[in-house]
Design a protein around this ligand. Sequence first.
Ligand code: ADQ
Length: 746
Amino acid sequence: MASHVDHWLALARHTPLALLLDLDGTLIPFASTPGEARPSPELLTFLAKVAAAPGVTCAVVSGRPRSSLEEMFASVPELRLVAEHGAWRKGSGAWHPAAQVEVSALDELEQLFAPLLAAHAGSFVERKSASVCAHYRCVPAAEREAFLVGATALVERWLESHPSFDILDVVEAIEVRARHVNKGISLEWVRERAGVGVRCIALGDDVTDEDMFAVLGPGDDAILVGPGRRRSTLARWRLSDPPAVSDFLRWILAARQEGSGPDHALPVAMATYSRPRAGTSSERPRLLAISNRLPHLRERAEPSDKRNRNVGGLVSALEPVLAERHGLWLGWSGKSTPTAQASAVRTDAETSPSLAWIDLPEAWQGKYYNGLCNRGLWPLFHSFPGRVRFADDEWEAYVQANEAFAAAAGELVDPDAAIWAHDYHVLLVATALRRRGHRGPLGLFLHIPFPGADLFEMLPWAGQILDGLLDFDLVGFHTPGFAANFRECVSRFTPGQVGDDVVLHRGRRTRVQVFPIGIMPEGFQEPAEPATAADVAALVSSLGATRLVLGVDRLDYTKGIPERLLAFERLLRLFPEWRGKVSLVQVSVPSRADVPEYAEQRQIIETAVGRINGEYGESHWVPVRYLYRSYTRNHLALLYRTADVGYVTPLRDGMNLVAKEFVAAQDPTNPGVLLLSRFAGAAVELHEALLTNPYHADGMARDLDRALRMPAPERRGRHSALLETVSRTTALTWATDFVTALESVR
Ligand code: ADQ
């Protein structure tokens, strides 16, 4: 395209001009050993020409040791050399260290490796000026895992007391390097050598070159060398291989010839894998949240309606945390593409937080979402083995959907940004991101339970899922029990080493931590609007009872709604004195209606409601009122406040926010009683609730009776303790704690 050529002509003809060239994979192809990979005599002659061109400063910026560069480029004294990823530089004179490095610390680390090297033949440590690199490419394959686990554990322990060092992603080795030494620091040095007003072009093929790309200024440019769509990069341009790099340099020299222009085509292409966004690195999001679905923030509510939208705790929690970090939230639009590919990523920065989304192929809706997610992982993780159903094509769609999310993420953020993935839809997204070269911290929070090992084993892809989870740096759960289940599965089904809060697997250290989610309590404490108050008053008076028991859920079989109805029926049978005096209002928000199990649940519930009302109802009293609809937060808050008993009895739940919302909404002087299933994650924190077993209808009926009879002082005592918990661990503290932990990994 002409505009590209104009751009490159302007840059090529600029004086002064600096060229920063990586060596292996950029100027010369890789060979099986570093010793075999070296520049040809023709390349050396050509580089001498480039480096001697008037107004041009040319530097080779490599990870190799000084001696290797010195020996290779002895015949080209005009070249500037940068060795060991920036640790050493050579201008026209001798080599100089770029930065002070704690040599004694590296000595100590090198010593620590000794026992491991003795135990694994073929391993060796390479000592560099700013790093120590433990190689295992010659270790027998069967021992590599053990070497890696041992080396990672050793390095991680050492790093805890040496925060100025970091682990590098290198092939078949673990390298620990001083954080402040990277290829980026050579840029300033080259600029100084080139003179005032210099524009730079940096070329490289590897993740360490991104450090150089990251510090380029607005007048500079970066080119990633390599085939095809490989990974996300800060470079906007692409060259296919080292010969194309030579062609490009020839084109630059020709462009600088006065009077003439290049006689061959510009070999550089717009990098198809680069982020399409304009702007400098600092403008790009530093935190990306990924979840299957996005909040519907675009609805244009009138200002007076805003507090009324039930945007949910997750949105309220993530909004400030993302906004503070210039973050973005990526998800599936819920729409489908007619093709077999996910759509291009689209963004909307007008919303808060800013949103990005992709459409997924129509076929994936049935396979990925309704299939593996909602008929496989959801029932399995909630311990409903009888409802679990797996199919290979659903798993394939799940893998592809995770790839699509990772590809979209790569378009949106830099490779070192923090990414926070949410829930069971994206368990493989870290694997896909790592494959694309993502280096930044990756975290996953699982909103649903993690099952015990005997259930997890039912998953045909148990190993892949665990490997996928262990590609994250941080995995968070609601309760210590779920975290313990996860650790148990890792130790049974992978060779990973499991500690109290960390797992070491395939060279990565994954922190396993508990972050109980909360709500924004103030949202449930606002006074009711007049229309809402009138509506709730009309509902209560239409029931004809004096006491109100309230259930609020998404319509889902895990929520135990039929069991709840059955126990209410038992209450009326075991304690006939409640007949005519108490009503149950069950509010169910429609959910996953196109999954057959959910349609069936609705039928079961409606049949049970009909049966109870038919058997016990009177002209002046409705035992059960079933409302299949969604309510605003203000409406829900008043319903909670009006109820005598919050009837929150899931058969299994990650946390259950309704329990916390009910507590927050109560009048502290006359609070209702929270009757809570002991199988909700919330039961771990909400000790002062009346805990019940939803599988035991008679027992739950007796607990309901006890809740309805509980004297005011006991109710107040329990409620104040519960409110203290709900106010201490909120949605905001949850999100802040997770992101803080995520940002502190590695
Ligand atoms: P859910 O399974 O959706 O969440 P839950 O935690 O109870 O379960 O949250 C439901 C939310 O929907 C609540 O905020 C509630 O107010 C709202 N809601 C329910 N019925 C409604 C209605 N009729 N109208 C309007 N709003 C309604 C998953 C996990 C949980 C975990 C959360 C958060 O399954 O275990 O607590 O994520 O991590």
